[in-house]
Design a protein around this ligand. Structure first.
Ligand code: SF4
Length: 120
């Protein structure tokens, strides 16, 4: 049986919720966040990239791209050295171009990913 796109995303959402709880615990205990592992980053980016490709690879307008990276540049989760998001692990200069991508903290113009509005 084929799963709907929403069903396919549910395991990723569950992992994201668990990761967010872990990040909050890390901040409380050590005062900083350990970035996602390379494997976690690849999994997260793979999900984002598959969704992007499945929807015809839509790209945002240049102004939206600039605004998104502007948000990232002032964000506490930014790993500036390699322009990675410390929350999802994605490479931001690629992810911010994808119309189908969302900031895991809802800081971009499109808010939270569908189904995650209640967690903002
Ligand atoms: S994607 Fe969102 S959480 Fe990640 S660095 Fe950018 S603004 Fe911050």
């Amino acid at each position: 049986m084929t799963q709907s796109p929403e069903q396919e995303l549910e395991p990723w959402r569950k992992r994201e919720r668990e990761r967010e709880k872990d990040m909050e615990r890390q901040i409380a205990e050590q005062g900083y966040i350990t970035p996602p592992s390379f494997l976690e980053m690849v999994k997260s980016f793979k999900t984002t990239a598959l969704k992007f490709i499945n929807q015809g690879a839509p790209i945002v307008e240049p102004a939206v791209y600039t605004d998104r990276l502007g948000e990232c540049n002032t964000c506490e989760f930014l790993r500036r050295k390699n322009m990675r998001c410390g929350a999802c692990g994605c490479l931001l200069e690629a992810k911010a171009q994808m119309k189908t991508a969302y900031c895991p903290k809802g800081k971009w113009e499109n808010g939270m990913a569908p189904g995650r509005d209640d967690e903002k």
